[in-house]
Ligand binder design. Structure first.
Ligand code: SF4
Ligand code: SF4
Length: 375
């Protein structure tokens, strides 16, 4: 330990470090303030004896995200998203390093901290707190089956720590940059004093539903909502999330065209997933097989565990959401009127008006066209 400091000084110094490093919001939550949230808010699931968590938001570049939302260029935003994720992981790694030097155990919470991403930690309720939490916040069957429940939910921690608030999309919205941010967190045995959840008046979500309109698939329910109470704070409700593969198919570019055929995410596929969840997997297997036979889209995350690259092809629900309503309206227009996506033989994706995209597809040899649409 470099010097003996009280916990308040340690907390304030770490917040200053993270704010100076470019985070647009930094907060702290503790076990008490997370009480009542889902099992993924029990910090001890990741670190035995954990008492608190430091949570950050780091903003994405507005210009690059508007090139992406306007369907002008895919690559700069994809690179930006990967770089900001790496910056956030680096900042949280350094924060844990600092906590160790102050004499406290600490660990980074990785964004993909789910069994499907290879974490060995158990995400099923394993103590009384988690069992009660699971009853209050039941997990969706598909999320359990697919192993995509997080060990620790960064979103929940961010809401409790006052880094941001839930919008109807279920994303965390920050006061300065909306949902165009990357979250990061670390858990620690240091009993750091929490920062308060943001006041209801700070939440700019006016339930405009432009996140829902930007979504090319049926993922956000219009009729069912999720509400979470953590500590003494009732958080803003958000749309219940439907089958996660509907979102994943767009995020990974397996499919792209919206259900109404008017616009697309950056995925070049046009085949639609079945509307019936029971028939979802057969349609998904077909489009996943097509995707594996298409040329690789340049760039993307390289997953060292799986040895594969994954592209970023959607995120419209969070990128559309800006504190200023006129910016939100502009981004929705850009996304939904920016054309539909085709893929070139070298793998590049490009958006163009619907009639040009139709002509591009019609000119393809039939076996190539069949990788994108029903022929
Ligand atoms: S787009 Fe509108 S409804 Fe959706 S989270 Fe943002 S402000 Fe709320
Ligand atoms: S990432 Fe895309 S597909 Fe997934 S919920 Fe958001 S808008 Fe919909």
């Amino acid at each position: 330990m470099s010097e003996h400091l009280d916990l308040e000084t340690i907390r304030d110094r770490l917040i200053a470090f993270l704010t100076n490093a470019g985070c647009n919001a930094v907060g702290v939550c503790n076990q008490e303030g997370l009480e009542g949230g889902p099992p993924s808010t029990d910090l001890t699931r990741q670190l035995e004896g954990a008492r608190s968590a430091i949570v950050v938001s780091y903003p994405l570049d507005d210009h690059k995200l508007e090139l992406y939302m306007g369907k002008i260029d895919h690559e700069p935003y994809q690179k930006e998203y990967i770089q900001v994720n790496n910056i956030v992981q680096g900042l949280m790694g350094e924060t844990t390093n600092q906590l160790h030097k102050f004499g406290y155990a600490a660990e980074v919470v990785y964004a993909g901290n789910t069994p499907a991403d290879g974490t060995p930690l158990d995400v099923m309720p394993s103590n009384e707190r988690q069992r009660e939490a699971a009853l209050l916040n039941p997990a969706g069957e598909a999320y359990v089956m697919m192993g995509i429940l997080p060990v620790i939910s960064q979103r929940m921690l961010a809401a409790a720590a006052g880094v941001g608030f839930f919008g109807m999309s279920g994303n965390i919205l920050t006061e300065s940059h909306g949902a165009a941010i990357v979250l990061g967190a670390c858990v620690t045995a240091a009993d750091l004093l929490p920062t308060p959840a943001l006041d209801r008046d700070a939440n700019y979500c006016d339930e405009c539903d432009w996140c829902g309109q930007a979504c090319p698939t049926s993922f956000m329910s219009r009729t069912d909502f999720t509400t979470v109470k953590m500590g003494e704070h009732d958080h803003h409700k958000y749309s219940a999330r439907l089958h996660p593969m509907r979102c994943a198919a767009h995020m990974q570019g397996m499919t792209g065209l919206s259900e109404d055929g008017r616009f697309s995410s950056w995925g070049p596929g046009r085949k639609q997933l079945s509307q019936n969840d029971d028939e979802l997997f057969p349609s998904l297997i077909e489009i996943a097989t097509d995707t594996a036979r298409r040329p690789d889209v340049p760039g993307g995350f390289y997953d060292a565990q799986k040895g594969i690259r994954t592209n970023i092809m959607c995120s419209a629900c969070n990128l559309v959401c800006h504190p200023e309503r006129k910016v939100r309206a502009k981004r929705l227009k850009m996304w939904t009127q920016g054309g539909v996506t085709i893929q070139h033989e070298d793998g590049r994706v490009e958006a163009m008006p619907r009639d040009e995209a139709r002509a591009y597809l019609d000119a393809m040899p039939i076996e190539r066209r069949a990788l994108y649409e029903d022929v």
